[in-house]
Design a protein around this ligand. Structure first.
Ligand code: CS2
Length: 471
């Protein structure tokens, strides 16, 4: 029998608390933290927090919090054992322990990967959703449930203890993600105690970041592969592509690891990088996920093995997305698109279209709808992206092209399914009324509505595989 992976955990205090201990953080930010310590020294252990379930904690505990990160290169798999976690807390089991960890004097950074919906904001405006049940709860109770609630209550505790605030480091795929998290934190603090909001605003920091690495969900097969590869049984490995990029605004209110020593780009303004990545990578990822799923493709690599989809995604980059972008310094957007095509086609990465299709209502505004609005304002056609939005609508109806039920994961799933109508124009009208998703100019754009209805009826009549060839 293969022995279980185990490393004795370090006992020194952690400098970073991370909220949302999913595979992405453990494969991306964690690699920069470990490498910065190897290259430059410093002691930056991490306390991981699961905001929902105990699963990751339970799998990591017998391993001394160590886990294997496996790079999936087309020419082979490269494992690395990661030992930066010092503890893992499960928030619903003991919210006070999480607040105490965040309010510890050695902690200078609280980073987050809680997915788009974890910020409890309105995607179309970026403002705190004060009607969100967890926010209603957190405004009344001192022990929070939501990520914004943990940030505000921990900052309140630090303020009361005379400690400086931590830097809040958002690592989710949101545009100007630092601004989004700042807006929800200050919005909530203002409702709890305006003096606290002032203190956070004056002394805190919310740098924006652009994060990039493709990290498919770990499968039971992966556990066996990792055991064979390393000779140690790891119940919580993470599998990732070789590529990684991290662009971070260098505005911290306390100490930070020397991430530039690990290859992170520390910049004054991350916005052009975020737009490029959200529109070129995530926008096409979602487009390929909805259309590909409907056409029967399980993974992005499988979609990219279909020449019709390759032409479609190349068209999106060249004709519909790149024209809306200002290239970041020293970046050739054509070369960036070529690199994406290669990354998507990596056969070692089994990134499921179903996984990327999750939470579309939270993802579409920054990935696709903003690009469409920019194209329309400039008088440019964008039939390919409109087809992707139609595919998302079809997907959320809950049935695929053969009438087989789809398990739609989305906080708005029941509302979206109820919008489905036999007449595509009525379906489109129902969707466009969702002000939390569709930005103002698109909601009132009759030509856009007509094009969307046409794309939707085309999808229903001919299927996604045919429709991508018409763009
Ligand atoms: C994907 C992202 O699941 C998704 O929605 O588009 O997780 C994507 O793989 C990462 O942002 C890549 O950096």
């Amino acid at each position: 029998m293969t022995a279980r992976l185990y490393h004795p955990p370090a006992t020194a205090p952690a400098g970073i608390v991370h909220l949302g201990l999913g595979a992405f953080f453990r494969a991306h930010v964690a690699s920069y933290i470990s490498q910065a310590m190897q290259q430059h020294g410093g002691d930056w252990g991490v306390i991981g927090v699961s905001l929902q379930s105990p699963g990751v904690r339970d799998r990591l505990r017998p391993q001394g919090w160590a886990y294997t990160a496996v790079e999936l290169a087309p020419d082979g798999e490269k494992p690395q054992v990661m030992t930066l976690l010092r503890d893992v807390l499960v928030a619903p089991e003991n919210p006070q322990a999480v607040l105490d960890a965040m309010a510890a004097p050695d902690v200078s950074i609280v980073s987050l990967t809680v997915t788009e919906k974890g910020y409890c904001h309105e995607p179309a405006t970026g403002r705190l959703d004060t009607g969100h049940p967890d926010i209603v709860h957190d405004l009344e109770q001192a022990l929070p449930k939501s990520a914004p609630g943990y940030l505000v209550r921990a900052l309140q505790l630090r303020h009361a203890r005379g400690l400086p605030p931590f830097t809040v480091l958002c690592c989710d795929n949101l545009p100007e993600n630092g601004r989004v998290v700042r807006s929800v934190v200050l919005g909530m603090a203002q409702l709890i105690d305006p003096a606290l909001a002032d203190w956070i605003d004056t002394h805190g920091a919310f740098p924006s970041t652009m994060v990039d690495r493709i990290v498919p969900a770990t499968t039971p097969d992966d556990l066996d592969r990792v055991a064979t590869l390393t000779g140690a049984r790891d119940e919580a490995p993470v599998m990732h592509e070789p590529f990684r990029q991290w662009v971070v605004e260098d505005r911290f209110c306390g100490p930070r690891p020397k991430w530039e020593a690990a290859g992170a780009q520390m910049v004054a303004d991350v916005t052009p990088f975020e737009h490029m990545k959200l529109r070129m990578l995530n926008g096409t990822h979602s487009s390929l996920a909805y259309l590909g799923y409907l056409a029967g493709h399980q993974t992005i690599a499988s979609v990219m093995a279909d020449p019709a989809f390759v032409s479609y995604v190349r068209h999106l980059w060249q004709a519909e997305i790149i024209p809306t972008l200002i290239p970041p310094e020293n970046t050739d957007l054509g070369a960036y698109a070529d690199a994406l095509a290669t990354r998507y086609a990596n056969p070692s990465i089994r990134h499921r279209t179903w996984q990327i299709a999750m939470d579309g209502s939270q993802k579409l505004p920054q990935r696709i709808l903003g690009t469409i609005a920019d194209n329309r304002a400039a008088g440019r056609g964008c039939a390919g992206l409109i087809l992707a939005v139609a595919a998302w609508m079809r997907y959320t109806s809950g049935k695929d092209e053969n009438g087989t039920p789809i398990e739609v994961k989305d906080p708005l799933a029941p509302r979206l399914a109820a919008l489905w109508h036999d007449d595509p124009r009525q379906t489109v009208a129902g969707f466009l009324a969702l002000s939390e998703i569709f930005p103002e100019p698109l909601r009132n754009d009759a030509d856009f509505a007509a094009e969307l209805a046409q794309a939707l009826s085309g999808l229903c009549a001919h299927g996604a595989g045919v429709m991508v060839t018409h763009v």
